[in-house]
Design a protein. Structure first.
Length: 183
């Protein structure tokens, strides 16, 4: 936990939260293979190419493959950074009896900084389908939503456990809050 994060209450459960290493490695290797293929085709194409009935000349095909070969390293670098992050960064998601502590959302998704989100700040939760079998746990707040993808957990059971524990902890916190209010 970062120094600026203070923990409300006791810890109920802590989950490992990072990209799946095997999936990231496979995607990285596929991206590297695609880069090699684009470079090879940029040099070796010497016949017209038919793309879904659209005929392009060898020069146009080489130009297209050269453009793809120049763009592909961006994906290779991004996946390389994600792979390094999944191997060396310790990220977690912690559920306390008053809040949830999770990695701070960032545009690149590699931040190790954490934020603590008190249950009172969560207006609603929802489970949304995403790509394939991946699902998102969406935490709606006043200033926007935070999505927690199921594929960032070591296994599906941990994601399901988080959903149940979060619901129970929010309900218990709401009951405590309503019991503390004078009538």
């Amino acid at each position: 936990m970062s120094d600026s994060t203070r923990t409300f209450g006791r810890v109920i459960c802590e989950f490992e939260y990072r990209p799946n290493r095997l999936q990231t490695l496979v995607l990285f290797l596929l991206a590297c293979g695609g880069e090699v293929m684009f470079c090879y085709l940029a040099v070796k194409i010497d016949q017209p190419v038919n793309v879904r009935g659209f005929q392009i000349t060898p020069q146009q095909a080489r130009l297209l493959m050269t453009a793809l070969a120049l763009l592909a390293p961006t994906g290779v670098l991004a996946l390389g950074g994600l792979m390094v992050s999944s191997l060396f960064q310790q990220r977690r998601l912690v559920l306390t009896d008053e809040s949830v502590i999770l990695p701070k959302p960032s545009w690149h998704g590699l931040s190790s900084a954490e934020i603590e989100l008190p249950f009172e700040a969560i207006k609603a939760t929802a489970i949304c389908p995403f790509i394939g079998s991946t699902r998102l746990l969406r935490l709606d707040r006043e200033i926007g939503a935070i999505s927690i993808p199921s594929n960032m957990f070591p296994n599906r059971r941990d994601f399901e456990e988080l959903v149940v524990l979060l619901s129970d902890a929010r309900n218990a916190a709401a009951e405590r809050t309503s019991a503390d209010k004078p009538e």
